[in-house]
Design a protein around this ligand. Structure first.
Ligand code: GLN
Length: 194
């Protein structure tokens, strides 16, 4: 049985847990989906989801609790959404601890004041039909290196990236009823454990 951990430090954690559980059911997996807070809980997981929230706060707590080491030493795939995307990047425009698991830079609050929050149908390479994107003070990625894959863009801005078994989205898949991003991630996790 695989174990998916929803990193429970700050942000919309319960929504991710619910969506991940729905995705598990949809693809008929045997998986435990739990909230995790400590490095030892994280180390036991096959996949970790980092929610939206405040990336400065989540990043600081990740570092203080040695969760970065647990993720890296165990090579755990990570799905990071919104603030989670910021944390997956290697550089951002603010001095803050990052995981740096995807070779890309991330611009925080990248859609400007007038568009702090919006919804848009997204064409993503990994999906056959559009995905309902919910953007809340969303970041975007830039300088994505060749070995990573740009999965989607909007207004010429990169809003979804995969690299190895990690995925970053600028939008909030946990705030929709569409489980396809979570399903995609679960399949990546399965590829790692098989
Ligand atoms: N909804 C969100 O996760 C916003 C992310 C926030 N702008 C940050 O950089 O932390």
């Amino acid at each position: 049985m695989i174990k998916i951990g929803i990193l429970d430090l700050q942000g919309d954690v319960s929504e991710h847990q619910m969506m991940a559980k729905n995705a598990v059911e949809k693809i008929g997996l045997k998986a435990d989906v739990s909230k995790v807070k400590t490095a030892s809980e994280v180390a036991e997981c096959n996949g970790i989801i980092i929610s939206g929230g405040e990336s400065t706060v989540i990043g600081r707590l990740i570092k203080e609790n040695s969760i970065n080491t647990a993720i890296k030493e165990n090579q755990i795939p990570v799905l990071g959404t919104c603030a989670g995307m910021v944390l997956l990047g290697q550089e951002t425009d603010f001095e803050q601890p990052l995981l740096g698991l995807i070779p890309m830079k991330v611009k925080r609050n990248g859609f400007g004041r007038q568009k702090l929050s919006f919804e848009a149908d997204l064409n993503l390479n990994t999906l056959e039909t559009p995905y309902p994107g919910v953007f809340i003070r969303a970041p975007y990625a830039y300088d994505v290196e060749d070995e990573a894959v740009v999965v989607g863009q909007i207004q010429d801005k990169i809003i979804a990236v995969t690299y190895e078994h990690h995925m970053a989205t600028a939008f909030h898949p946990e705030l929709t009823n569409d489980t396809r991003i979570h399903e995609y991630f679960l399949k990546e996790v399965l590829n790692c454990v098989e």
